[in-house]
Design a protein around this ligand. Structure first.
Ligand code: ADP
Length: 595
């Protein structure tokens, strides 16, 4: 089992060794449907293939010098009864197959979703959203097509093949010669077909993922494409990807065109006919026997003709299953540590010789500091200095590569991840809001538990209540897509309200890029001051006004803490700090007056 940041207690475990085993373990989860599918299919075929035998015996009766009407009527009634019973079993089989297929799809979707939620941030940074969506939506859809009609038809057609062979054997063992030769040739041809088809179908799924990922990126970044007038170049790139996808379909078509079982069956039927006639001329077979025999040979047409389609569906399904499994199997770097330390955070944060790398790119080097509960820390430094990275180690979005990060004297790796993260809130530069109502966005951290009064109180504290009430639907206003669009300042205040609601003990505020007019800024300052009370706060900011109230300032350069102390101390002794200041806060002249 790979590490996971989130697991559902008691969730069903599937065999993820390979695509086929994984599929089977999903099917076995619904044993009753699987059993009724198999039994229904077998019974339907046993009955269906009995019809040619009955027709054969009717022929023998008719060809007798004085055919008995009663016998013929009896056979007719038998045929009718067999056909009706077959319909019932067929219905059971098809219905069960449909249930199996839809349950497989539902369970696989659930499994994949909770698995994705359990992956670390590092994992998600690596993914292309479009490809991930293709796997979650389209590949999961292929799984259900693999079962119905794919596996359903394969089982059904092979049951037809087997029962036909058994009946022919009962009719006269010698007659098995032509159909057995056909079966051997058919199985070889199928193996060859599947082998050739495999890489092409896998390629089709991969290429579909690429097409989707490209589409997603261009649509998400359409502003950049338009601003740089790159439509034509993006169009030709997209065209290239779609053409490669089309080429794979053509290749698939070529392989299907070379599918030979129908030809093999024609040859076998001719052979069977000659063999039957020979036996009749020797008096070893009746005319009715030949009719039954040819009827059963005709039944072999079903597997011969349909396998071209069913095998390709199963190949596609397995290729999709492999892609889903590959996604689920990717190593997650963090573990939720469910049994780890869980307690109320006081808010002491200590970094001891912490280093961190993104891949092999170093982002933090030998960072050490100690923050007392309730203190406000301002992190200052140029873009790319490692400010955001430093804060991400506190709630274990990433783990330190060396050294350790401690909260209340406990290494964050020894904390229960859920307990730690519930008590650390981050307000990012780009506030992410879901396309849901304002109330749901504010109450997000509480899940189902947030009531309207609590939400409103948080919004008031975050100075968001007034603008929310200016919308027609107030707290029920839907944000984004078809709802309202919000300004940067409004988004930030909603994020502050969201953070307030969970009552975090440690707060991380990434405020470095917001360009906001001064009236809004005033509101936000008020909100921030309100939220800071009694919490350990990390502030990433350039605003001198905010830095001045900080108890401590960490000045970062290229991932290293160059100096730390109060604003006055740093301003006095650190040349680089003075320089960064005069550049960032030109509008607000720096005075060394302290708070
Ligand atoms: P700051 O917040 O000071 O602007 P960051 O902590 O965002 O700086 O980034 C520090 C360094 O790490 C930068 O050089 C940046 O390019 C790099 N970096 C940030 N995020 C990632 C990431 N997800 N993958 C790889 N490198 C990253």
């Amino acid at each position: 089992m790979t590490a996971s940041e989130f697991t559902i207690a008691g969730a069903h475990r599937y065999d993820r060794t390979n695509a086929a085993r994984w599929t089977i373990s999903h099917l076995l989860r619904n044993k009753r449907w699987l059993a009724s599918f198999l039994l229904g299919t077998i019974a339907a075929n046993l009955l269906g293939n009995a019809v040619p035998l009955l027709v054969g015996s009717a022929f023998n009766e008719i060809l007798r010098p004085a055919p008995s009407r009663d016998v013929l009527l009896g056979i007719t009634i038998e045929i009718l009864a067999v056909v009706l019973a077959r319909v019932v079993f067929d219905l059971t089989g098809r219905f069960s197959a449909e249930m199996l297929s839809k349950r497989f799809k539902r369970d696989a979707r659930d499994e994949l979703f909770s698995c994705l939620l359990g992956k670390s941030q590092t994992f998600h940074n690596r993914q292309r959203v479009g490809d991930l969506m293709a796997r979650a939506a389209n590949d999961v859809g292929q799984l259900s097509n693999m079962i119905v009609p794919g596996v359903d038809i394969i089982v059904d057609s092979f049951m037809t093949l087997i029962t036909a062979l058994v009946y022919i054997g009962f009719l006269k063992p010698e007659l098995l010669l032509a159909p057995l030769l056909f079966t051997v040739a058919f199985l070889f041809a199928l193996r060859d077909y599947s082998r050739k088809l495999g890489p092409v179908t896998a390629g089709m799924r991969e290429q579909f993922g690429r097409v989707n990922a490209g589409l997603n990126e261009v649509i998400a970044g359409v502003e950049v494409v338009k601003a740089t007038a790159q439509e034509a170049s993006e169009e030709s790139k997209f065209d290239g990807r779609v053409r490669r996808y089309r080429d794979l379909f053509v290749r698939n078509g070529e392989i299907q065109a070379r599918y030979i079982p129908p030809l093999l069956l024609t040859v076998a039927t001719v052979g069977a006919f000659l063999h039957g006639v020979l036996l009749i001329s020797r008096g070893q077979l009746t005319i009715g026997g030949l009719v039954a025999y040819l009827g059963l040979m005709g039944a072999l047409g079903f597997p011969a003709f349909i396998s071209i389609f069913s095998f390709s569906l199963v190949q596609l399904g397995l290729a999709s299953a492999r892609r889903i499994l590959a996604l689920m199997a990717e190593e997650a770097e963090l573990d939720e540590n469910a049994g780890g330390y869980a307690g109320e955070v006081r808010g002491e944060v200590v970094f001891e010789n912490v280093c961190f790398q993104y891949g092999d790119k170093s982002a933090l080097k030998d960072v050490s500091f100690r923050i007392q509960p309730g203190q406000t820390v301002a992190i200052v430094g140029r873009t790319g200095a490692g400010k955001s990275t430093l804060t991400r180690l506190i709630n274990r979005i990433y783990d330190a590569s060396a050294g350790r990060v401690m909260v209340d004297g406990v290494d964050v790796r020894d904390w229960s991840l859920a307990s730690l993260r519930q008590q650390v809130s981050t307000i990012e530069q780009d506030v992410f809001l879901f396309s849901r109502t304002v109330a749901e966005n504010i109450g997000f951290g509480l899940g189902q538990r947030a009531d309207p009064e609590t939400i409103e109180r948080a919004a008031r504290d975050a100075q968001a209540h007034d603008f929310v009430m200016s919308f027609k639907d107030g707290y029920e206003t839907v944000i984004g897509e078809r709802g309202v669009t919000l300004s940067g300042g409004q988004r930030q205040r909603l994020a502050i309200a969201r953070a307030l609601l969970t009552n975090p003990r440690i707060l991380i505020l990434d405020d470095s890029t917001s360009a906001i007019d001064s009236a809004t800024e005033d509101e936000i300052q008020k909100a921030i001051r309100r939220i800071q009370e009694g919490r350990t706060t990390f502030l990433i900011t350039h605003r001198l006004s905010q830095i001045r109230w900080a108890d401590r300032i960490l000045y970062l350069e290229d991932g290293e803490i160059v100096d730390q102390g109060s604003h006055d101390e740093l301003f006095r002794r650190c040349e680089a700090y003075r320089r960064i200041f005069s550049r960032y806060d030109v509008a607000e002249p720096v005075e060394s007056g302290g708070r």
